[in-house]
Design a protein around this ligand. Structure first.
Ligand code: ADP
Length: 334
């Protein structure tokens, strides 16, 4: 498992729950999304009706689930949580939809991974608050329409491009979540340190923020690992030096790149001369699933200006050659 994996495992979910902001004004960063969302929610509250369905789109660990919880809290409505992979058949979805209460918020994580028949059922439910329950099999099968309570769907996806257009079009609002600036991550780390009773100075927090890959989940995780280090190797107080020492021990570099990020860059440059190379070829070269490379490593490397996506494949930018300290083949620098 990757140390800076943006995906949370079981135990981490418990800690994350404790660190989650509960209200929109506690949610740090993503100013535009926050303001847009605040308008959508307040106007719904004023009209006394459930808001439009909302889609959260962006890489893992940026706060999509947190926002879904905040939405339910701000609306004062209960939250039901499920996910695309958990819904294997349309019947699974029908069971969830038919038991929603009026105004309830349904959070569907990884909504792009839902089975096709369920997806079709969801379109109708979103638009008409109705599900068609199919009774019987074969030529005698009949669809019985069943009214369901008006609800608000909050979908989350790391790959908005994979959502079929009819599904995407039924969301009234799409929040595009982007990587966080170091200053925002610093505030998140300070807040978490307070909640976890971790002692730290400003430079210590800033160092962790800088290496957190623009991702709050990683920031919170690095904070806990640096705390462990500070407790064992020092008096528990996190300074810049302690943060640097701890994070280099964990192979997180000064730019926040981890082993997979560096592996992708290294393969792209050393094996494929800087590209262009297709995603699946690159994934094989680093021994990962194409989806992992595409969802986890690539968005951050693109954001950092280290790789670029072209119609012919991924290419390394001049900054990437400088970063790894290798000389590009002549053609690259032109
Ligand atoms: P996602 O659903 O996008 O994978 P989560 O909502 O589960 O991400 O967030 C991961 C962790 O990061 C949570 O513990 C949450 O507390 C923290 N987090 C995310 N965004 C913020 C934020 N804007 N401010 C403070 N903490 C945040």
């Amino acid at each position: 498992d990757r140390f800076v994996s943006p995906v949370a495992d079981g135990e981490e979910k418990v800690i994350e729950a404790a660190l989650r902001p509960k209200r929109l004004d506690e949610f740090v960063g993503q100013a535009r999304v926050r303001e847009q969302l605040s308008l959508v929610l307040h106007s719904a509250l004023r009209r006394g009706r459930p808001p439009d369905h909302l889609l959260m789109s962006g890489p893992p660990g940026l706060g999509k689930t947190t926002l879904a919880m905040i939405i339910s809290g701000e609306l004062g409505m209960p939250l039901r949580i499920s996910s695309g992979p958990a819904i294997e058949r349309a019947g699974d979805l029908a069971a969830v939809l038919s038991t929603l209460s009026e105004g309830e918020v349904l959070f569907l994580d990884e909504i792009h991974r839902m089975a096709r028949p369920a997806e079709e059922m969801l379109y109708v439910a979103m638009e008409d608050f109705r599900v068609d329950v199919v009774v019987g099999k074969g030529p005698g099968a009949t669809a019985i329409p069943l009214d369901i309570a008006p609800f608000t769907l909050v979908g989350a996806t790391t790959r908005a491009g994979l959502l079929p257009a009819p599904l995407r079009d039924r969301f009234g609002f799409v929040a595009h979540m982007d990587f966080y600036e170091p200053a925002d991550l610093e505030r998140i780390i300070e807040r978490s340190a307070r909640l976890l009773n971790v002692r730290m100075d400003e430079a210590g927090g800033a160092e962790i923020a800088k290496r957190s890959r623009g991702t709050p989940r990683i920031a919170n995780r690095l904070l806990r690992r640096v705390r462990d280090y500070a407790e064992v190797r020092a008096d528990g107080f996190i300074t810049e030096q302690i943060a640097q020492d701890a994070l280099s021990l964990y192979e997180v570099d000064a730019e926040g790149l981890d082993r997979l990020d560096r592996g992708v860059l290294d393969a792209l440059m050393r094996k494929f001369g800087g590209g262009p190379v297709g995603l699946s070829t690159l994934a094989v070269a680093v021994g990962e699933e194409p989806e992992t490379v595409e969802v986890v490593a690539e968005p951050f490397l693109v954001r950092k200006g280290l790789i670029a996506r072209t119609p012919r494949g991924r290419i390394a930018t001049p900054a990437a050659w400088r970063y790894l300290g290798i000389t590009p083949p002549l053609s690259v620098e032109g």
